[in-house]
Design a protein around this ligand. Structure first.
Ligand code: FES
Ligand SMILES: [Fe+2]
Length: 349
């Protein structure tokens, strides 16, 4: 076992907790999807009752991929396309159509992962130690209600480490340089499984910002114009190691709106992760939002991430960073983050 310091740098050690693997709209009844997260092949499917499940992908019989040939769903179970062995949403082998008896060893041979579907996303509980899932993901009551609708989301697979992504939440000093804007108020609040950033940021159209490659210039213009005189505040909270909820309200002469973002990163392997930004947006004063803005806003959200990606893809990780008095609580965040990579009985610090 590694030293508990920087346990998240150990190859193959992925964070215990809830991770978004799909949005609900991506998995129709009877549909099977292949996934690759946490260094493993997985299969997600939605049974006929509507229940979503995620299992290890390879059949314990002779190793076929349960998602081959588009997969086969019967009721809430999935049947292997090779010889028909059938598994329940928890991975139990419930039928072998040509056997009189299911071998005892087969019953629990396939790993089923705890899954929770809420707020329009499907989250998987990853824990190599198999501790029971924790109940820390809050509801977003506005999701799928009138005015708000369902998530518009973007996902990109990038070369980055989860420990770089999470650090954004406390890194106040990168904000003006990467994203533009003047930070008026910034506060981080730590709790057991959450870390929150409360911020008020004024737009600064003069600021030098990072423009991710491939982003049309007019989008960046929209971004700075839309918020040039905006009075905006937002609360961002990581619930566990990889799912961040962000609520923001913005008032400007052109438009008043409120929005929920779900920013999530799900680890693929030691070098890559899927970065996902999902947005629902509604007007703040009853006046309908211009259609153009409603379509642009989710892209703008993803571009904000894209600005960070330009840094992450080339940076190294400093285990003993030299920090100054204007930096956010970087080391405190690192100690908080280590908990998700340590066995639950790890020594208290
Ligand atoms: S390999 Fe899956 S049933 Fe034979
Ligand atoms: Fe950032």
């Amino acid at each position: 076992m590694t030293d508990y310091r920087y346990a998240y740098l150990e190859p193959g050690n992925y964070a215990r907790g809830w991770h978004i693997v799909l949005f609900s709209q991506e998995l129709a009844v009877g549909e099977v999807k292949r996934l690759h997260y946490f260094g493993r092949d997985l299969v997600a499917y939605r049974g006929e009752s509507g229940r979503a499940a995620v299992l290890d992908a390879h059949c314990p019989h002779l190793g076929a991929h349960l998602g081959s040939a588009e997969g086969r769903i019967t009721g809430d179970n999935i049947a292997c396309p090779f010889h028909g062995w059938t598994f329940s949403p928890t991975g139990e082998c419930v039928d072998i159509p040509y056997a009189k008896q299911i071998p005892e060893r087969a019953v629990h041979a396939l790993r089923g992962w705890p899954v929770q579907e809420k707020n329009g996303f499907i989250a998987l509980w990853y824990d190599p130690q198999d501790n029971p899932p924790e109940d820390y993901l809050p509801d977003i009551p506005e999701w799928n209600t009138a005015g708000w609708g369902d998530w518009v989301f973007y996902r990109s697979r990038i070369r980055a480490r989860a420990c770089d992504v999470i650090e954004n939440i406390v890194d106040i000093a990168h904000f003006p340089h990467v994203h533009g804007g003047k930070v008026r108020k910034w506060e981080n609040v730590f709790a057991e499984r959450t870390v929150t950033q409360l911020s008020t940021v004024d737009r600064n159209p003069e600021a030098k910002i990072i423009v991710p490659p491939g982003v049309p210039a007019e989008l960046i213009d929209t971004r700075s114009e839309a918020g040039a005189e905006a009075d905006a505040w937002g609360d961002a909270t990581y619930h566990g190691p990889s799912i961040m909820y962000y609520y923001t309200e913005s008032r400007s002469p052109e438009m008043n709106f409120r929005a929920w973002w779900v920013n999530a990163h799900t680890t693929v392997n030691d070098e890559e992760l899927d970065l996902c930004s999902a947005v629902i947006v509604d007007s703040l004063d009853g006046a309908p939002l211009p259609q153009e803005f409603a379509e642009l806003y989710p892209q703008i959200a993803h571009i904000a991430f894209g600005q960070d990606v330009e840094i992450w893809k080339d940076k190294v990780y400093r285990e003993d960073p030299i920090l100054c008095d204007g930096d956010g609580p970087i080391n405190k965040l690192r100690r908080w983050y280590e908990q998700f990579y340590l066995p639950l009985e790890a020594p208290a610090r």
